[in-house]
Design a protein around this ligand. Structure first.
Ligand code: AHR
Length: 860
């Protein structure tokens, strides 16, 4: 709120400076009629709107249908509705708004605010006896000091009573006569609307208008783009900047600033970083993965047969493992048919490379049966083949090696029974021998190496929304992802495909170690994703893990620490050792929660987890969560909660336009250094052009300046497979054979490879005083204390060159310089980074090209 008032004040100053004064006028009314409503055009998704009138006839909108509070219930797209809001003020002057959520639910929503600007936590009370909840109205019962909410459910009328909007007495039926809907329909300039009318003092309208104007102003800033640069900087000529270092004001900064955010979104894991080439190897795809919207997404997905005499069916009577219930049954009446898998958009093969085909099989009659295993090219030619002899009547693993005779982009695997009869198969895998660092069950080397080249100081996993899942049942449980592959528990991916769990916690930790990054697992805070579509009966949106199960859940988190760090003799450390890693992984950070809705239910569970970790593992830095945006209720409530609980660090998320990043460079300057540190866990500007990348670079130069409070950052999302991309932009695109890093990636890589742990402030004197020009130039100087090398980063987001002069005399950093430059047209999507050697004396002089990012490394 303080922050908001400061913003309003700055807006007032801005308007005053520009002559559009919002100072209250002497002849404005003392009070007016005040109308609140949600528009039915979008089922209230744009939130609660206001209008005012002097005579209750002629209505004036407050802001242009600006949403002062929006519903946060349910899934994006279909939900987040605010239907029939009822706004009223309580006996203490607090505003309350109650609304119905949808046509079919038995929950409703409540939110409160002291000033109609800053709104508190939303709650969605559940009325289990109802099918629907509509048209709420509220009355105050003065004698009992309680509120009576009356509403419709079906054709019947009910009431519930509350004193605090937290506890509600059970619903009671009332007669139709007892229910009176006092909503009014008024004519607004945009058309008729139905809502509630009350009276407010004029300053309420004035303040609400200021908020809207501030939002308008900010959104015009956010639209800043290179398309209008020619008018914005029409007459601008080459500039000159003199940069004076102030090493006496140096400060220690985080040495973990650049990391990566890995989530299994866009086929980042299965079909992506995880090197497995067979899709649906475990026959566990299920229509539930896709919310039953795609019937072809089932146990047979990605599998086909050839030949008339081979019948392929799915069974689950005698599974290989309870976590992996489905398997394939092949009944051959003649030989010659084959079971076929085409991988993820085809199977890519490299001539001369070795692949291991493994499978579990059993034969009901125990007779020996051979399977001919073949890799077949699109033109039908055989690229490799081998024979697997199966005999067991119980599940048994068989494997064989295949060497590709040729390159192929889209080969297929064929399994041909060599005898008639029945054979059962599961966990049919084709794994390349060449994986990143040659790890077994490892990662695709080109992708893993591209990520590693950023030199990330940490890897966050497994999400994102995947971490807290779509409803309680879908919360990511790390224990389900370790151990034998056939015993791991696959599950639906919130991004509506399938997670095999082949890339599980062991593989994540191993990868971190292999690239010298800290592992940063993020675990659900006992609540599922705030955008879960599953209602409370399924324990989804606004449902938390039941209290009776919280101890077990917390124990899982404590066990993770033992699994990662405990001795090989400990219960969980033993599993790590058995998996091939007797030494501890040295886990230091754990994230709890992912941009959750900050509710009482969340707070209760977060508190329990945090306390338990603090008590048992004070050595672990816990990272809390503060919502999905850099503003709003979850951000404010999350920060207040984390500050109250002294959580060491919080995870901020924001995806914004390039204009936002350009115009918010001072975002962290005023952050209170005594409060929790920041992990900017998800951010990106909306685009993969050079302009976006440079806006991110500009912002990061400012983050470096604030890296005493911002300790970690990770661009999100990291990976996206072409044709399976659900979220844009991403950092690295890929297909089966190519890796396509973006210009945004190059920025991350330049920052990751030129990181320091000491910040050297500088003063920039530019030959222009125009703020619009000055803000497009970014400078950051950091030093690596260990070897004394200095990294100077300069962003020139202007359409003209800027010559620079920087006195290095006081640093004694050396004379050897390496310059890395990315420069191009702002709309470019591919820009090569050019690296050259330079010699510097006491002064660094150079010219920064238009739309460029330059990094100088100076060392002895
Ligand atoms: O990065 C993609 C998604 O954005 C993450 O899963 C989620 O946390 C955020 O909303």
């Amino acid at each position: 709120m303080k922050k908001l008032n400061a913003r309003i004040l700055s807006l007032l100053l801005l308007f005053t400076a520009s002559g559009i004064s919002k100072i209250l006028l002497a002849n404005e009314p003392d009070s007016v009629y005040f109308f609140s409503y949600a528009t039915t055009k979008d089922q209230g998704r744009s939130g609660l709107h206001f209008a005012w009138s002097a005579d209750a006839k002629q209505w004036n909108p407050v802001g242009n249908e600006f949403g002062y509070v929006r519903c946060d219930y349910g899934e994006w797209g279909s939900q987040k509705q605010m239907n029939s809001p009822y706004l009223f003020r309580d006996a203490h002057g607090i505003w309350h708004c109650i609304w119905s959520l949808n046509e079919t639910g038995s929950q409703f929503a409540h939110a409160a605010s002291a000033d109609l600007i800053t709104w508190g936590r939303q709650v969605y009370p559940y009325l289990p006896q109802h099918q629907t909840f509509r048209q709420p109205v509220v009355q105050y019962d003065k004698s009992n000091q309680q509120y009576i909410i009356k509403y419709l459910s079906g054709n019947q009328h009910f009431r519930i009573v509350t004193k605090d909007f937290k506890q509600f007495e059970p619903a009671a039926a009332i007669s139709a006569a007892e229910y009176k809907d006092d909503r009014t329909t008024v004519n607004l300039p945009s058309g008729p609307a139905t809502g509630t009318i009350t009276r407010v003092a004029w300053p309420v309208i004035a303040q609400l208008t200021d908020v809207w104007q501030l939002a308008q102003y900010r959104s015009s800033q956010n639209r800043e783009s290179f398309n209008t640069d020619s008018t914005r900087y029409g007459n601008l000529k080459q500039l000159a900047a003199t940069i004076t270092l102030q090493p006496e004001n140096k400060k220690a900064i985080s040495d973990l600033l650049i990391g990566v955010f890995f989530e299994d979104i866009n086929y980042a894991a299965d079909g992506g970083l995880y090197a497995e080439l067979i899709q649906n190897r475990d026959f566990e795809y299920t229509p539930a993965d896709r919310k039953y919207r795609d019937n072809t997404w089932n146990s047979k997905h990605s599998w086909a047969t050839s030949g008339q005499q081979l019948v392929f069916s799915i069974d689950s009577t005698t599974p290989l493992h309870a976590n992996n219930p489905h398997y394939a049954v092949l009944d051959a009446t003649q030989t010659g048919g084959a079971l076929i898998n085409s991988g993820y958009d085809g199977i890519p093969l490299k001539k001369g490379d070795e692949y291991e085909c493994s499978l579990f099989a059993k034969n009901s009659d125990g007779k020996s049966r051979s399977l001919l295993v073949k890799l077949v090219a699109q033109d039908g030619s055989t690229l490799a083949q081998a024979t697997v002899r199966t005999r067991a009547t119980q599940w048994k693993k068989y494997s064989t090696k295949l060497v590709a005779a040729n390159d192929a982009k889209d080969a297929r695997l064929e399994l041909q029974p060599q005898a008639t009869g029945r054979i059962m198969l599961d966990m049919i895998s084709l794994f390349p021998k060449k994986t990143f660092k040659n790890r077994k069950n490892g990662l695709r080397p080109d992708l893993a190496a591209t990520v590693a080249a950023i030199r990330p100081r940490f890897v966050r996993f497994p999400g994102g929304c995947v971490a807290h899942g779509d409803g309680l049942e879908n919360i990511y449980r790390w224990k389900n992802t370790i151990g034998a592959l056939e015993a791991r528990k696959p599950q639906p991916n919130i991004w509506r495909y399938h997670q095999s769990a082949g890339l599980g916690y062991f593989e994540y930790f191993q990868y971190c170690e292999d690239i010298g990054a800290q592992p940063l697992p993020v675990l659900a805070a006992g609540v599922p994703c705030q955008n879960s579509g599953i209602g409370p009966k399924g324990g989804g949106q606004q449902g938390g893990i039941p209290m009776s199960e919280m101890d077990e859940y917390i124990q899982d988190i404590l066990d993770l620490v033992e699994w990662a760090n405990g001795p090989a003799t400990s219960k969980w450390g033993k599993l790590r050792a058995e998996a091939g890693h007797p030494a501890p992984f040295n886990l230091k950070y754990i994230g709890i929660g992912n941009e959750d809705l900050i509710t009482d239910l969340f707070e209760e569970r977060f508190n329990m987890i945090y306390k338990a970790l603090q008590q048992k593992h004070p050595e672990i830095t816990v990272i809390g969560t503060v919502g999905p945006f850099h503003h709003g209720t979850d951000y404010e409530q999350g920060w207040a909660l984390a500050s109250k609980m002294n959580v060491p660090m919080v995870d901020e998320h924001y995806y914004e336009s390039a204009g936002w990043f350009i115009n918010n460079q001072h975002y962290y300057d005023n952050y209170d250094r005594s409060k929790p540190k920041v992990y900017l866990g998800e951010y990106a500007s909306w685009g993969n052009t050079l302009f976006n990348a440079l806006a991110e670079a500009l912002y990061l130069t400012n983050v470096e300046r604030n890296a005493d409070v911002v300790h970690m950052t990770s661009y999100a999302p990291l990976l996206a497979k072409e044709k399976h991309t659900q979220w844009n932009p991403d950092l690295i695109y890929f297909n089966n054979t190519e890796v396509k890093p973006t210009v945004n990636y190059e920025v991350q890589k330049l920052f990751g490879n030129h990181a320091g742990n000491e910040y050297l402030p500088s003063n920039v004197k530019l030959t222009s005083d125009d703020e619009a020009v000055k803000k497009r130039l970014g400078v950051s100087v950091v030093r690596n204390i260990a070897d004394g090398s200095v990294f100077i980063k300069m962003v020139n987001l202007l359409p003209v060159p800027t010559s620079i002069k920087l006195d290095l005399g006081s640093l004694g950093a050396g004379t050897k310089a390496e310059r890395s430059v990315m420069q191009g047209q702002p709309g470019d999507k591919e820009v090569a980074v050019k690296v050259s050697a330079m010699t510097v004396t006491n002064e660094l002089t150079d010219v920064l090209g238009p739309y460029s990012f330059t990094v100088y490394k100076i060392s002895k």
